[in-house]
Write a protein that binds this ligand. Structure first.
Ligand SMILES: O=C(O)CCC(=O)C(=O)O
Ligand SMILES: [Fe+2]
Length: 339
């Protein structure tokens, strides 16, 4: 197992947040304030059962790239169960959590948020990334009592996948992308190898919340991300306005589009820039990331109706190539694939 002193683990092993009384210098971010949440500007709230939902979702994707989704069909109990399991996990002593630490070249496991390696300043955050089954991680975290964690995570991932597919069906229809041309669509066993990740996030109580950030501004490298959080902290950036707090809406999920949808939609849909601010109280969130298989060609040309002028703004790029560009250039990755 890596130890905190290893150079390679600098971007993997979180701070033992219980052991600090102030924000260390390496965690200090200069940040711009968000607008006040009572300014009346907030992300759309859409009821999935509303007959108008597809139209409203498409409008929200064009204007915001993020929305609250109500009546999504995911039982509150399973969301609460995942929240309790996240609490159980992050409450473990740091040495126990480090038994499930992500390896330097690995994608799953406990540690600092994977995008940390792109930033020189640290974030007030710890997380567990789960790709597929959670069993390997759960067995080392709770050797005698791991089944409950695995069952709850499996069930949640299954339900998230179905919901993500429901949403993508609406998006692809609006974009005139035939589902037959998307060989990974509606694949119950995921034999096509979509990169489906559940990210459990913990933002420990912060003694000086305005000096640091829970997560730095970023867009998600996904088709869609479905997020659940019961407390505030998430903010989204709107051009011409600035940072807008996303206040939690009980029972609603937060859906945000990722970079792959911006490419597929030829820039019509927004891959929303977002960040998480630190808070004096503990915050948990869980994000489900739907990514296509690594060899899938993400291209605006999948659309049978590109829209105005029919000119693709982005060249085709495999998911693997785009992930590599993003890992090196962050949001500048778009300019590197622009035609
Ligand atoms: O915790 C949140 O509200 C957002 C998490 C997030 O943006 C991410 O995991 O990519
Ligand atoms: Fe994100």
């Amino acid at each position: 197992m890596a130890t905190p002193s290893d150079q390679t683990s600098k971007h993997i092993i979180p701070l033992d947040f219980n052991s600090v009384k102030s924000v260390p210098d390496s965690f200090v971010w200069l940040q711009t304030n968000a607008i006040q949440s009572n300014d009346g500007l907030s992300i759309p709230v859409i009821d999935l059962m509303d007959p108008n939902a597809p139209k409203l979702i498409v409008e929200a994707c064009e204007t915001w790239g993020v929305f609250h989704l109500k009546d999504h069909g995911i039982p509150t109990k399973i969301m609460e169960d995942v929240n309790s399991e996240a609490r159980k996990l992050f409450d473990l002593p740091i040495d126990q959590k480090l038994k499930a630490v992500r390896s330097p070249d690995g994608q799953s496991g406990y540690g600092i948020v994977p995008m940390q390696s792109l930033f020189s300043t640290f974030m007030w955050h710890e997380g567990l990334t789960i790709l597929g089954s959670a069993i390997d991680h759960a067995k080392v975290l709770w050797p005698n009592d791991y089944q409950q964690f695995c069952d709850i995570i499996d069930d949640y991932q299954r339900q998230m996948k179905a919901l993500a597919e429901k949403l993508m069906r609406i998006l692809f229809k609006a974009l005139s992308i035939p589902l037959e041309d998307v060989n990974w669509f509606d694949d119950p066993t995921n034999s096509s190898g979509c990169n489906l990740a559940l990210q459990l996030n913990s933002y420990p109580p912060c003694p000086e919340p305005t000096r640091t950030l829970g997560l730095a501004p970023h867009t998600d490298t996904s088709v869609v991300t479905i997020l659940r959080a019961k407390t505030s902290g998430l903010q989204v950036f709107k051009d011409g306005v600035g940072w807008i707090p996303v206040e939690p809406n009980p029972d609603a999920l937060i859906v945000n589009l990722g970079d792959f949808t911006r490419i597929l939609s030829n820039g019509r849909f927004i891959s929303v820039l977002h960040r998480v601010v630190a808070k004096p109280i503990q915050r948990y969130s869980m994000g489900y990331f739907f990514r296509p298989p690594m060899d899938f060609d993400v291209s605006p040309l999948l659309s049978k109706d590109l829209g105005q002028g029919h000119v693709p703004r982005y060249r085709p790029v495999t998911a693997k190539e785009y992930l590599a560009l993003k890992a090196k250039h962050l949001e500048k990755a778009f300019s590197l694939i622009e035609n």
